[in-house]
Design a protein around this ligand. Structure first.
Ligand SMILES: Cc1cc2nc3c(=O)[nH]c(=O)nc-3n(C[C@H](O)[C@H](O)[C@H](O)COP(=O)(O)OP(=O)(O)OC[C@H]3O[C@@H](n4cnc5c(N)ncnc54)[C@H](O)[C@@H]3O)c2cc1C
Length: 454
């Protein structure tokens, strides 16, 4: 891995037939295979890393992406790979993923992965108490996260214009570059033998006697008996057309990027504003102030199920009745899977970028004088999916033999290596590295007590 202070250029946003996209360009396979052992729906980081894991086991796998590799959440993320403030229930997966990131980076090429440390700051003693309570609740499950004092924060951020009450520092945390990682992993999957077809929406499943017999795509039919839906913000719509209820909604999170500038090391921040030094020397800037929840039909329908999570998360985000809610309203909920689908109508779900994508720079610059002269060079937004218990949905779907889900991740960049291996283990009948039962879809319907996790 190059030294963490070496500056490596990153690809600029590109104009494409699907609009302006972030992320490195990717050329996939021109022809759609007529048959495969596994078909993966969605070329975000989870689809790509699962394809890599399956291909390495010599499983014939085809990944279909409706637009471009990484075009939705995976290229629009902040990029933190972090264990901080992740619930103890999700720590086994988080810890495994953190360990696996080094190997994934080595295998895929430049994903931008660096362990530069993440610092969650506390502005007040009360906030520090909250961070301390989380650390205590995770005792024994996290790696090297520790509580740091005001003077230790000062040591790490010597130019900060103000003092903080303290914070949580995890030096083995880091980040990957969202504009590089998914395309690099998808290329590694192709080298290992996976077929990857872009501009190819999967319209639906063909079921025979209740089992998967194949998938209909806009480029033709693929005979298969096993499917992984890694469609993230689209999973509920896709599954709903086959009678599978996936309790998932999405919010739109807006972010910005400065030009190359000096400033704080690594990544960190408070809930409202945060920074991440990218490998090209510029800063990605964000924070929960940039979250807006479009009032979609699903958000209304699932309101009661999500109420406890929203209460836990507090009042950072805003409700949005604008264009994103309207776009959602225009999408059909039911269609003939052999015919044109909603996935071809709205190719890239990016959401409306909010003003907070720009104002985060001002919040950061109030603390870091080096950023005062910086400009916002780019703003963007993307869909962040949520489930009622804030746990992803991972595993086989019992209602449709052969059908699998990997969706609903708030921390999918962090978890990607572990989820890719988990899904490959499940689909090939191997033992899993950690207990995947808490992630099964059926927990929402089988009488399991409802929980809410950090
Ligand atoms: C602004 C923002 C900041 C974030 N910051 C972080 C962070 O710092 N750290 C972290 O760990 N996580 C972060 N996340 C979350 C992380 O980005 C996601 O959890 C992760 O990218 C999810 O990957 P995915 O593969 O499930 O989804 P996506 O990347 O959304 O991929 C799903 C793909 O499926 C395709 N698709 C959908 N339906 C079909 C269909 N029918 N046929 C074919 N293709 C289809 C879509 O086009 C899309 O490309 C952030 C997310 C956002 C939006």
């Amino acid at each position: 891995m190059p030294p963490s202070d070496a500056r490596i250029p990153l690809p600029a946003p590109r104009s494409t037939p699907y609009g302006i996209l972030r992320g490195a360009p990717f050329t996939g396979d021109a022809a759609l295979p007529s048959e495969a052992e596994v078909v993966i729906i969605g070329g975000g980081i989870l689809g790509a890393v699962t394809a890599l894991n399956l291909a390495k086991r010599n499983i014939p796998v085809v990944l279909c992406e409706k637009a471009e590799i990484g075009c939705e959440a995976s290229s629009r993320a902040f990029g933190w790979v972090s264990e901080i403030m992740v619930d103890t229930l999700k720590q086994p997966m988080t810890q495994l993923a953190k360990r696996m990131w080094d190997d994934l980076h080595a295998e895929a090429g430049e994903t931008g992965f660096r362990r530069h440390g993440v610092l969650q700051l506390a502005e007040t003693p009360e906030e520090l108490e909250g961070l301390s309570a989380w650390l205590e609740s995770c005792s024994g499950t996290v790696s090297d996260t520790r509580l740091v004092t005001a003077s230790q924060v000062r040591e790490r951020l010597p130019t900060a214009s103000r003092d903080f009450a303290g914070g949580l520092l995890c030096e083995s945390d880091g980040s990957a570059e969202p504009v590089l990682a998914t395309a690099a992993i998808a290329q590694a999957a192709r080298r290992a033998g996976a077929r990857i077809v872009t501009g190819c929406a999967v319209r639906g499943l063909n079921l025979a006697a209740g089992r998967i017999a194949g998938v209909y795509t806009e480029k033709g039919y693929i005979k298969t008996s096993m499917v992984l839906c890694a469609a993230n913000a689209w999973s509920r719509l896709f599954c709903g057309n086959h009678g599978v209820d996936v309790p998932q909604i999405y919010a739109i999170l807006s972010m910005g990027r400065t030009g190359v500038t000096d400033g704080p090391v690594g990544a960190g921040g408070v809930d409202a504003w945060a920074w991440r030094r990218q490998i090209d020397g510029s800063y990605a800037l964000g924070g929960v102030n940039g979250i807006a929840a479009p009032v979609t039909r699903d958000a209304i329908k699932l309101y009661n199920r999500f109420k406890p999570l929203m209460e836990m998360m507090g009042s950072g985000g805003k409700v949005d009745f604008g264009r994103d809610a309207w776009n959602d309203l225009m999408l059909a909920r039911r269609w003939n899977p052999a015919k044109r689908s909603p996935f071809e109508r709205l190719r890239v779900l990016a959401g409306k970028t909010r003003a907070e994508a720009r104002t985060s720079l001002a919040s950061n610059a109030r603390v870091f004088p080096e950023m005062a002269g910086a400009r916002v060079e780019e703003t963007w937004s993307g869909p962040l999916t949520l489930t009622p218990d804030n746990m992803p949905i991972l595993g086989a779907v019992s209602a449709i033999p052969g059908f699998h889900l990997a969706t609903g991740c708030t921390y999918g960049i962090t978890w990607a290596p572990a989820i890719g291996k988990l899904m490959a283990d499940i689909m090939t009948g191997r033992p899993t590295d950690f207990d995947a039962a808490p992630y099964r879809l059926e927990r929402f319907f089988d009488g399991s007590p409802p929980i809410v996790t950090y």
